[in-house]
Design a protein around this ligand. Structure first.
Ligand code: NIG
Ligand code: FE
Length: 444
């Protein structure tokens, strides 16, 4: 049978296959490796994969790609980012090196709140112009899908403006302020509403009143916006998620529960920033509410690790944050995998706690500081990350029926992804079967 594309002769075809569910426990160390592998693609979907001689016996490609001495693996999924923001926090970097902590800077009105000021002042077009090159870098490093949070607006208009920016990057015209010409970025975006990211300056000391605004005005507005947005339509089955920063001096366990329950009532699946600095019960709350993911988990106690492991919630750890904050303490991801938690890794790309676009670098950190095997790190950034954003049935692995989001690495062993660091291990990126970067040919 003739198909659009046949990628063949890959030294390793790494499938990360895990039908219907994320990987846990020992399965995390299995990347589904097929030596001398091939993938047949039709209409942007995978129609066959397996040993090259077998695939070639049944399929020939209108286009072919020889992956000799190369790895074929799934496109990476960055399931936790704050991609859309204005300005940077390079001055704060100096302050932290001199000894100020992340939370001290936030409490003094800097940190997240300084990015809020800059983001409120920016137009959709300025935010798109700032985010697009970051997405280009992520794509060149192998990311083919990224979750993106609001949370630097913290008023209804500015939160909608952040969503609007994501819609424009996704190729939509934008609903509120038409931004032209629409140009879809190859990295597919998944939006999350994070109105409860911090208490904005005008509500200082009145966190509960701010949450009234989040629940009574923002949530209805963002869900109405979502219904008419490019994210809701199409074959994509995508959700708008609702997230909250559950942390001492930000939102406590009860405030977090209020926000997440209000989101669930409107059909927004829950996510949570939990246990980054203090344990307030946010991880247990995630398990109780059936959250799609619980993220950070740096100081999560053993009983809450067990609660997550027993739930369908994916645990997302973010070692670039610890690294960036100069900490030697990392989330105990080894214990999480061993307890049976479905574990994922993400960059947390943001201007404060993790100005890092690179999942390969995150994998490198997880292997060294959290004792993950390269196989575990790769599953964490592909199939399990896809489940952390509710898209495990469509992306995250090379399996028949899935979207053909694939990478060709410039090495013959997938472990180079984590073994090397500071390098670009990716030679070609395919999104829905279409070549979107090609370092080998010099075009990106
Ligand atoms: O995931 N911790 C809260 N939010 C982000 C940081 C955002 C920022 O510093 O701008 C995080 O680390
Ligand atoms: Fe975050």
């Amino acid at each position: 049978m003739k198909v659009d594309l046949l990628v063949h002769s890959g030294a390793q075809l790494v499938t990360c296959a895990s039908p219907d569910r994320p990987k846990r426990g020992r399965a995390m160390a299995d990347v589904g490796l097929i030596p001398d592998g091939a993938v047949a693609v039709e209409d942007g979907r995978i129609v066959a994969c397996g040993p090259t001689p077998e695939v070639r016996a049944d399929y020939s490609g209108r286009d072919t790609l020889d992956a000799s001495d190369r790895v074929i693996c799934p496109g990476l999924v960055d399931c936790h980012t704050h991609l859309v923001y204005a300005g940077d926090r390079v001055g704060e970097f100096d302050m932290r090196i001199r000894g100020a902590t992340y939370m001290e800077i936030l409490q003094a009105g800097g940190g997240i709140l300084s990015t809020v000021k800059a983001t409120r002042a920016a137009t959709v077009e300025q935010l798109v112009a700032a985010a697009r090159p970051r997405l280009d870098t992520m794509l060149a490093l192998g990311t083919t899908t990224a979750e993106v949070k609001t949370g630097y607006g913290l008023d209804t208009r500015s939160e909608l403006k952040m969503l609007e920016t994501m819609a424009v990057l996704a190729g939509g015209k934008g609903i509120l302020n038409a931004c032209s010409p629409p140009r879809e970025h190859p990295v597919e975006l998944v939006p999350t509403f994070l109105g409860a990211h911090a208490v904005p300056a005008e509500y200082q000391g009145r966190a509960d009143e701010y949450l009234d605004l989040v629940v009574e005005e923002m949530l209805p507005a963002v869900s109405a916006w979502y219904g008419g947005s490019p994210f809701a339509g199409g074959g994509g089955q995508m959700s708008l998620f609702c997230d909250v920063f559950c942390e001492e001096k930000v939102f406590d366990r009860f405030q977090s529960e209020r926000v997440l329950r209000a989101g669930l009532e409107r059909g927004l699946p829950a996510k949570i920033h939990a246990d980054e600095f203090c344990s307030l019960g946010g991880a247990a709350l995630a398990a109780e509410l059936g959250a799609v993911s619980a993220d950070h988990l740096d100081v999560t106690p053993a009983d809450e690790i067990a609660a997550l492991a027993a739930s369908d919630t994916v645990g997302v750890v973010l070692p670039a944050v610890n690294f960036n904050l100069g900490s030697a303490q990392f989330a105990n991801a080894r214990a999480m995998i061993d307890a049976g938690m479905a574990l994922s890794l993400a960059t947390d790309l943001n201007p404060g706690s993790a100005p890092c676009p690179s999942l390969p670098l995150v994998m490198a950190m997880a292997c060294r500081y959290q004792r993950l095997l390269p196989a575990e790190a790769l599953n964490a950034c592909t199939i399990n990350a896809a489940h952390a954003i509710g898209l495990g049935d469509r992306i995250g692995s090379i399996e028949v029926g899935k979207q053909a989001d694939m990478l060709i690495l410039n090495r013959a062993d997938y472990r180079h992804l984590a073994y090397q660091f500071g390098a670009v291990p990716v030679e070609r990126v395919m999104k829905r079967g279409r070549l979107v970067t090609d370092v080998a040919a010099g075009c990106q």
